[in-house]
Write a new protein. Structure first.
Lengths: 449, 488
């Protein structure tokens, strides 16, 4: 049988050693009435060639991005992934290892995590980073929990301009954790500062702001940071697009206490939404409250530099119910991909990619201004994504674009029932889009209107 | 000497490992598009390298790792089985790898079909009614499961305040209980390694929301009283949560749903052969009985007889526990594995996993103490108490000595209820020669412990680094390279 090395002779030999007649005898502790009778109703077994055929038949029912032109955004983006990343993370020494519990034989994984942590710090300007979280949304939920663990306060301020799926995730966690989530209305594409001001009091555990936000717009982060810091103990959480940091101010420079975000854009394929990675960084003074694994440098008994899992006293396997989080497995291989991406791009590359995104998105945004029946919704500065409103129903727009091979969206009305966002949607432009593709999209929209 | 310089120490200004096509739109001044207040004054100081620098650096680092591909990895409770190559290749098909989560659903029918079918396979294997694929890992599944239980009990009128877990539980269980705002209550294990029924009875009251249990438990033992345990908890109005970390032992033999569990999580990176990735990504789908189904996270993947679709309109849903739909690319590999093995194959997987574990356990019991002397399931726990008492050799020393033999040590010092614990899980994909070699190495180490304990304490000798100073790492915290450190 596939992947099972024993011959019947091997099994016999082992059973003789164990002095049993049949292998079922080893399952004697399962009470008779709980013994599963019959056969699990599952297809298979399939030989490798049959499995491949089956997958090929499923594959035909999917339309990969190579068969379309992708202007879809909303927290997952079609950035270019250098070939070197796939080659390196496909090494069995990386992907068939587990959490580096035995440091002496895990220096590869440990050093790459240390380097990943360092790269996230360089990118965000923060002091410390953990080894990764599940994704951007769960990283934000854990950041809210961490704020509570730091200041014991329970009021989480969450502007409506934060990604709706992130907000829903925070709500799910917060409800279980006994935190109160207060939504802050938007004014146009950005957080309503007056509304925020009204919620600022000494019960505030944290304010989480997304930069650029779900609408692609830039929030006045300097001001927002100042505002939450006027409360007694409130922390400022910044949710950032890592690639935007090739151009945009670093969260450390505008006063963020905790920085989280979705790391998919850093060399990880879209893969229908996962696996991605959540990055998580903070000020050094909070390091002992940070969730997740952390790798630190040290010396071996001969004085040679090496790396170990450190500050494990925060973690579930030591601290049990007093742990800072329950996270155990994280997204190590995705974090490795992100680290390799950042090394390949380097100081110049990340700036250049960010600039290409900005310039191209700006080109499309400008082009849209002359298309009848479509309006760019907000005047706020944006990075690679912006909101557009159609005079015709979104479903029609989406279908017409799909016929032309274009993917756009997501639609905003599914998250925001307000009238002003009916038939509004997002357009995201990565460095991969060309002028030709954008002109073709504009033509398609022109015909539609 | 293998190279261990940091990537930052290899940086050289002006080197590039990327290429971008020329910008094909008219470039405007960045400051005209974004007000300077929003901009960074300088680019992040990332290292500057050639592509070969990067390839060589990470390739050399990879060689410092022990992995399933390079050696035996009997790390208890982690199920370090072989990761089939065909699954990796299928996962790289562009029709699965390059799909945007917000694509129109008619363009991802193959992917949705795969998820829908996987939900059904897992429900069948676990004996539950409905499955969500959203949780990203086992602990994430636990969190989802307890939130589901809380939501269900709240709807019944009282979320209750306590969750019981055994003293042998995985560390993630108590941490999850705390995150979910429940008070943790620990139940003792009995002399046969199962839940102590009298202690359990004494703890059960109308404040108990749930019992979280791994079965087989972390001692590798199937709890013989599981039906009684489930009945007791249910009678007290609580629910039962099954931690699926050890499900590799029971496929086709026993289903958590049939045992009486209401919520079950699966670790696809353990039981279903998806790679561990150096610490993730995993996947931790959660299955539930019918009464809890209305509370599952959105979206669920459904089939209306013609097409597959994502369903969001579940009014009682707990909401979302991460973005999108789960670790799809991991789910896909587990799906491929189940199809490869089929029903009989999965049963054989559990049989061989259990056979291998018992074979090792009986052979090693000659040299090491076996605290619970009964048939084990897919793993077992030895104690190094004898070696510690007789020659001062700790379990840690034994573990480090194994490294010199090219073998990854068992999980050590866990579960907490066994002194000097070594938790061994060989998995079904290891052949007899590997098992026999492990036995002979463990025998040799036991002999060394008796004859030359001092030498054992020096191990390992042949690894890329020797024993590392963990206290120093925590005291003189260095967890990120900073530009100011350059040259130091």
């Amino acid at each position: 049988m596939r992947y099972l090395p024993h011959t019947e002779e091997d099994r016999r030999k082992m059973m003789d050693f164990l002095e049993i007649e049949k292998v079922e005898d080893l399952f004697d502790s399962i009470p008779k009435k709980l013994r599963f009778q019959g056969k699990l109703q599952l297809p298979g077994p399939l030989a490798e060639s049959q499995l491949r055929q089956h997958f090929n038949s499923l594959a035909k029912k999917n339309m990969p991005l190579s068969k379309s032109v992708c202007f879809l955004g909303g927290g997952a983006y079609d950035h270019y992934i250098p070939a070197a990343i796939g080659q390196l993370i496909s090494r069995g020494e990386f992907y068939t290892a587990y959490t580096p519990y035995q440091a002496e034989v895990s220096q590869g994984t440990l050093q790459t995590i240390y380097e990943y942590q360092s790269l996230i710090c360089l990118l965000t300007g923060m002091d410390v980073s953990n080894a990764s979280m599940y994704d951007g949304a769960s990283a934000l939920a854990e950041a809210a929990w961490m704020s509570h663990q730091i200041n014991r306060l329970t009021k989480v301020l969450l502007p409506e301009t934060v990604h709706p799926e992130y907000r829903r995730t925070v709500h799910t966690y917060a409800r279980a954790m006994g935190l109160e989530v207060v939504g802050i209305p938007r004014r146009g594409a950005v957080t309503n500062l007056e509304a925020l001001q009204k919620q600022l009091d000494d019960k505030v555990a944290c304010l989480a702001v997304q930069q650029p936000n779900f609408f692609g717009a830039l929030e006045p982060v300097d001001r927002l940071g100042e505002m939450v810091h006027q409360t007694k103990k409130g922390l400022f959480i910044a949710v950032v697009d890592p690639l935007s940091l090739g151009l945009l101010a670093r969260p450390a420079d505008y006063g963020a206490d905790i920085v989280v975000g979705e790391g998919q854009a850093l060399g990880n394929p879209l893969s229908l939404g996962g696996p991605y990675l959540g990055f998580f960084a903070c000020r050094e003074r909070y390091v002992r409250k940070m969730p997740g694994r952390i790798v630190g440098a040290t010396l071996d008994k001969e004085g040679k530099k090496g790396f170990v899992l450190t500050l494990q006293a925060r973690e579930q396997h030591i601290r049990r119910h007093r742990a800072t989080s329950n996270i155990c497995s994280n997204q190590a291989l995705n974090a490795l991909a992100a680290a390799i991406y950042l090394c390949l791009m380097g100081k110049e590359g990340i700036k250049e990619v960010a600039n290409h995104c900005l310039q191209k998105a700006n080109y499309l945004k400008k082009g849209l201004q002359s298309i009848k029946g479509f309006q760019v919704l907000y005047p706020d500065p944006t990075f690679k994504e912006f909101a557009v409103k159609a005079d015709t129903p979104w479903e029609k727009v989406q279908q017409q674009l799909l016929k032309g091979g274009f993917l756009a969206g997501p639609a905003l009305s599914q998250y925001y029932p307000e009238k002003d966002l009916a038939n509004a949607f997002l357009l995201a432009v990565t460095e991969q889009r060309t002028k030709e593709e954008m002109d073709a999209l504009l033509n398609r929209l022109e015909v539609l209107s | 000497m293998k190279e261990t310089k940091l990537i930052f120490e290899k940086s050289h200004p002006g080197r590039k490992a990327y290429s971008l096509p020329p910008l094909d739109v008219l470039a405007e001044n960045v400051e005209d598009l974004i007000p300077p207040a929003y901009l960074s004054k300088e680019a992040p100081p990332l290292p500057e390298l050639s592509e070969l620098d990067v390839i060589r650096h990470f390739t050399n680092l990879s060689k410092l790792n022990h992995s399933v591909d390079t050696g035996f990895y009997p790390l208890g409770s982690c199920t370090m089985k072989y990761n089939p190559r065909i699954n990796e290749e299928l996962a790289r098909l562009e029709e699965f790898l390059h799909l945007h989560p917000y694509q129109p659903q008619e363009t991802i029918q193959g992917a949705l079909q795969l998820m829908f079918e996987l939900q059904q396979f897992l429900a069948e294997i676990g004996g539950v009614d409905k499955v969500t694929l959203q949780p990203a890992a086992g602990a994430h599944g636990e969190l989802t499961g307890l939130i589901l239980i809380r939501a269900y009990l709240e709807q019944q009128g009282n979320p209750r305040s306590k969750v019981i877990i055994p003293d042998s539980a995985h560390g993630t269980n108590p941490a999850t209980v705390n995150m979910c705002g429940y008070e943790l209550v620990e139940v003792k294990s009995d002399s046969r390694g199962g839940v102590d029924l009298d202690s359990l009875k004494a703890l059960l009251d109308e404040e108990v929301a749930a019992l979280m249990l791994t079965n087989p438990n972390t001692l590798g033992l199937y709890d013989e009283n599981i039906d009684v345990i489930c009945q007791l908890v249910h009678e007290a109005g609580g629910l039962l949560y099954y931690d699926g970390a050890n499900a590799n032992a029971i496929m086709g033999y026993s289903r958590p749903g049939d045992m009486g569990f209401d919520v079950v999580h699966f670790n696809l990176h353990k039981t279903f052969a998806t790679p561990h990735g150096g610490g993730g990504p995993g996947a931790g789908p959660v299955g539930v009985k019918e009464k809890l189904a209305p509370f599952l996270p959105v979206p669920t993947v459904e089939f209306d007889g013609e097409k597959y679709y994502l369903r969001y309109d579940l009014p009682h849903s707990i909401g979302k526990i991460k973005s999108f739909y789960g670790n799809f690319n991991v789910l896909l590999k587990a799906y491929a594995y189940i199809l490869t093995m089929g029903s009989e194959g999965l049963k054989k997987v559990s049989e061989d996993a259990v056979l291998n574990a018992n074979y090792l356990m009986r052979a090693l019991a000659e040299f090491y103490e076996l605290p619970y002397d009964r048939n084990c399931m897919h793993e077992f726990v030895l104690s190094g108490r004898k070696q510690l008492k007789e020659s001062g050799v700790k379990t840690l020393d034994i573990a480090k000595r194994l490294l010199d033999e090219g073998i990854h040590p068992p999980t050590v010092y866990f579960p907490l209820i066994v002194e000097e614990a070594m938790m061994v899980e060989p998995t079904e994909t290891e052949n007899l020669e590997t098992l026999d070699r492990f036995i002979s190495v463990m025998k040799k180490i036991a002999e060394e412990a008796a004859e030359n304990p001092a030498a054992l304490k020096e191990a390992p000798h042949h690894t890329p680094v020797r024993r590392l100073d963990e206290a120093r790492a925590a005291r003189q915290l260095d967890i990120a390279w900073k530009p100011a450190n350059r040259g130091s």
